[in-house]
Design a protein around this ligand. Structure first.
Ligand code: DSN
Length: 478
């Protein structure tokens, strides 16, 4: 039994929880065991530090704090003010932003705050002005109709979903698709890369109010200087959703034209992906949009989560340390080593490689859908997620791609040699898996055949690969 502070803290917490609902304590312990055992290649996941995790489990959860620092709708928010101000200060310093808003509960929420701030700033609407000074719940039905009419069909131009864009950039399954008249820019079919001339052409034709850059499955850098020039040429507000690559911006891997903060009017992010913080969101902007952004709660958001803002402050303080830049560099080195290993073994990668934290494998060359490949890999102890590839014939559900990313394994300490070994394991599973058939003998996009002995052997090799890199080595629950 270890007696270090982390082990004592988590063991004590579980003991207290177990006394009330043992099944919850068991599930928390089981989650740690599962995470320790799996080769996690989900590009959007990571492992937050014990300090970040512990900052979330406390009485800050009991406090209501609608409003912003120093201007709350509730009394007694002085300590919430402290942690929210700290989170914002660390974010401003880390990213070189004039203003930071640490309240969004997720990336979707951060984007909604940004969209609303842009609409409020840009659209002349008497109803919107009324909405700024009253509680949303107080708006009359007539106000809502007027608002909808006055906002009209504002336009948004963002990256298409199959090219790697995100649902919240104006697509129908998300409210942004109902708020905006959306058009997408794709990627060059030959290279898989963003064609900036085509983006400029689409912007000229469509004249969007908002040009959005950012992605969840594009394995390359984006030139934000060029995107800003395109936005300026049509009078659009330029917004960047850096949720996936915020850690690479924080760690100064993406600098100059590839750092969104100096180029965008407004930047949104999550805090739990490559940034390695708690699950949540954040908005950065210049002084022009700051007031509107600060209206995020109650305009768009439910009450702030002060315990999560405390954890954001801790994680952002960690990201300001010099070793975070080394971590960010290793994320990209590992992604490139993984991509090289896959390419040498004959895989087809969208864009032919990567210069960020993720790799997108087109699995159609193996005769598989993304769904079949995802499940076969999971059977073999390798956790990934299926993802559409550009012009995907299998759509967004079955897909033809597997997205893999390196932030989590890099946190554990795996390096280039282990990435090559991981490429070998993925290659083995994908070459040994065949598409299955449905009950009627027809080809299935979901069923697959993989010899369980192969899955077991790969699973064992994946576990062996992780053994020298224990997850949360400072936490001993026994
Ligand atoms: N769900 C996140 C991802 O996996 O990319 C983005 O919302």
């Amino acid at each position: 039994m270890s007696h270090n502070a982390e082990s004592t803290a988590f063991r004590s917490a579980l003991e207290v929880i177990r006394a009330v609902e043992p099944r919850v304590a068991d599930a928390i312990g089981a989650e740690l065991a599962d995470q320790r055992e799996s080769l996690k290649l989900i590009a959007s996941e990571n492992y937050a530090s014990p300090a970040t995790l512990l900052a979330m489990g406390n009485w800050f959860s009991d406090k209501y704090a609608e409003g912003t620092v120093g201007r709350r709708f509730y009394a007694g928010c002085q300590n919430v003010d402290t942690v929210e101000a700290l989170a914002a200060e660390h974010a401003r310093e880390l990213f070189g932003a004039a203003h930071a808003y640490a309240q969004p509960h997720s990336g979707i929420d951060a984007n909604l705050v940004a969209f609303w701030a842009i609409l409020a700033d840009r659209v002349e609407s008497p109803a919107l002005k009324r909405a700024q000074v009253r509680q949303v719940n107080d708006l009359t039905e007539a106000d809502w109709f007027a608002l909808r009419r006055e906002l009209g069909d504002q336009r948004m131009l963002g990256m298409s979903l199959d090219a790697g864009g995100h649902l919240t950039h104006g697509f129908r399954p998300n409210i942004s698709g109902k708020m905006f008249d959306q058009r997408s820019y794709g990627t060059d079919p030959a290279t898989g890369l963003i064609d900036y001339d085509r983006v400029a052409e689409a912007a000229r034709e469509f004249k969007p109010l908002i040009l959005v850059a950012g992605y969840s499955a594009y394995p390359r850098k984006v030139n934000f200087r060029i995107m800003r020039e395109i936005a300026d040429s049509v009078g659009a507000t330029f917004m960047v959703d850096m949720a996936h690559f915020a850690g690479l911006v924080a760690g100064k891997v993406f600098t100059g034209d590839f750092d969104p903060v100096p180029h965008a009017h407004i930047v949104t992010t999550t805090t739990h992906k490559s940034l390695r913080g708690p699950r949540g969101g954040m908005v950065l902007c210049g002084p022009e949009l700051a007031d509107q952004v600060d209206r995020g709660c109650p305009m768009v958001l439910g009450g702030p989560l002060p315990h999560v803002m405390a954890a954001k402050a801790v994680a952002l303080a960690e990201a300001r340390r010099p070793d975070f830049a080394d971590y960010a560099r290793r994320i990209v080195d590992n992604a490139q080593a993984l991509a090289d290993g896959l390419l040498r073994r004959g895989a087809t990668l969208v864009t032919g490689g990567t210069d960020n934290h993720l790799v997108l494998i087109d699995v159609s060359g193996y005769g598989l859908t993304g769904r079949q490949a995802e499940q076969a890999l999971l059977d073999s102890g390798i956790v990934t997620n299926r993802n559409a590839v550009p012009q995907d014939p299998n759509g967004a559900w079955y897909t033809s791609g597997i997205r893999i990313g390196t932030p989590a394994l890099t946190t554990r300490g795996l390096g280039a040699a282990e990435m090559d070994a991981t490429a070998e394991l993925i290659h083995t599973v994908l070459t040994q898996t065949t598409a299955g058939t449905g009950p009627d003998g027809a080809p299935s996009k979901a069923k697959y055949v993989l010899d369980p002995a192969v899955a077991e052997q790969v699973g064992k090799q994946a576990a062996d690969l992780l053994t020298p890199f224990p997850l949360y080595p400072e936490v001993d629950l026994t």
